[in-house]
Design a protein around this ligand. Structure first.
Ligand code: AMP
Ligand code: GLY
Length: 418
């Protein structure tokens, strides 16, 4: 079986490695990929979505796996192009990926299908947004489009809200677009991943990410500084409620609205005092949650996705380790405001029962690994209990060095104090 994975980050490195370890032993390719990914998967000759689809046809690719969201809504849409050329695709078509690409679209979908979520009003201008806020704080402001995880502001007061409104409507930081003014929810967050095949689904191991840059959840929001995953992260009854009130109605809603879906759907949830509520949908696996979850997946992920992309959900092909997995992200100097490239990385081949996934690295002229982006690496390790996974992951991260390295020391610890 020939599989093409689309994307280039840490999530795709983890996906490529999990697919490569599948007993069906697929031949893997990746676009656009990275030096690290190309140690496991082969590169393509494509340079955009259209040449990629032509290349897939020439090569006889059996399955395209969408890692990164942007290609799902670019041009005609990755899955739509695949469908037109008869290539099974694990990832939804453009019209369904709007659940991630537009927060207003997602909010309408949630409300229409009676799925618990924060109340919200859409605003087309700064004045409309101020009126929608109506002087109630805290408030959550969400730019209505893909903004690489930076389009959401939780505003404790008027000054912070006005600052964000100016960024959106005066400085056009994210380009043109509307804004969602959303009520503020409280409670622990959890990331739930469902593999959806038409009207059926399979829930993968729940995870939680750490979005803030600094220990104690201080500092600015980032793409994610770490994650923890375990079946035991969410009590059994809570997970049953999430499936009943959120996952099942979402899958039924997609079908009722004529939105085809075969692929991973990420439910960003808040476990509020009155029950779980949806904060966001993403039409892909989470990053860095994927790096924590993939080492817990047993069975044949490649065969599972291949069958799923062709309309057969086959849970018998997969099982999930009952233990814990912790992922510690190592970021470059300046992240998240900026990033620094060219810092040489050492300690990558330290022995141990852990995995290192590359998010932003490259090989330099001498063949050494160096930084090439904001989030550089993820050190991931597992254990029967959370504490052993935490120790192993942080020990693995301790071995790695590069100038300006930033990391959190409380990944897998904060929010578990008991
Ligand atoms: P998002 O990009 O939608 O995942 O939002 C980023 C972060 O903002 C989430 O992980 C939450 O921590 C926070 N957030 C989003 N929506 C809300 C809300 N309605 N109430 C409180 N916090 C929120
Ligand atoms: N971990 C958050 C995301 O993937 O969007």
């Amino acid at each position: 079986m020939k599989i093409l994975v689309v994307g280039k980050g840490g999530r795709e490195h983890a996906l490529v490695r999990a697919l490569a370890e599948s007993p069906s032993r697929p031949h893997l390719f990746c676009f656009p990929g990275s030096d690290a990914i190309f140690e496991t998967a082969s590169p393509t000759t494509a340079n955009d979505l259209h040449t990629l689809v032509d290349w897939m046809c020439e090569q006889g690719i059996d399955l395209c796996v969408a890692g990164e969201e942007s290609y799902l809504v670019k041009d005609e849409g990755l899955a739509n192009l695949c469908a037109r050329h008869g290539i099974p695709c694990w990832g939804p078509p453009r019209e369904s990926a709007m659940l991630e690409a537009s927060k207003e679209f997602a909010k309408d979908f949630l409300v229409r299908h009676g799925i618990p979520t924060a109340t919200a009003k859409a605003a087309a201008s700064r004045d409309e947004a101020v009126a929608a806020i109506g002087g109630t704080y805290p408030v959550v402001l969400k730019f209505d489009g893909l903004a690489a995880g930076k389009g959401v502001a939780v505003c404790p007061d008027e000054a912070s809200a006005i600052r964000f409104l100016d960024e959106v409507f005066i400085k056009s930081r994210f380009g043109p677009g509307r804004l969602l003014v959303e009520s503020f929810l409280t409670g622990p967050e959890v990331s739930i991943f469902a593999a959806i095949v038409d009207r059926e689904y399979l829930v993968f191991t729940p995870a939680r990410d750490y979005k803030r840059a600094l220990d104690g959840d201080a500092g600015p929001n980032t793409g994610g500084m770490g994650a923890v995953a375990s079946r035991r992260l969410v009590p059994r009854e809570t997970l049953a409620r999430i499936e009943r009130e959120i996952v099942r109605p979402t899958v039924d809603g997609l079908a009722a609205d004529g939105m085809p879906y075969r692929g991973f759907l990420y439910f960003g949830l808040m476990l509020t005092p009155t029950g779980p509520q949806v904060i966001e949908y993403n039409c892909r696996f989470g990053d860095p949650e994927c790096q924590a979850v993939m080492p817990l997946v047993r069975g044949d992920l490649a065969a599972f996705c291949h069958a799923g992309a062709q309309g057969r959900l086959d849970p018998s092909r997969l099982s999930f380790d009952e233990g814990w997995s912790v992922c510690v992200v190592l970021a470059s100097a300046g992240y998240p405001e900026s990033s620094r490239s060219g810092d040489v990385i050492t300690g990558l081949d330290a022995p141990g029962d852990h995995r290192i996934y590359h998010a932003g690295t490259r090989r330099n002229a001498t063949g050494a690994w160096e930084t090439a982006g904001g989030r550089v690496l993820a050190a991931v390790a597992g254990g029967h209990d959370r504490k052993s996974a935490v120790t192993a992951a942080h020990n693995a991260a301790d071995r790695i060095r590069f100038d300006g390295m930033q990391r959190r020391r409380d990944i897998g610890i904060l929010r578990f104090e008991d």
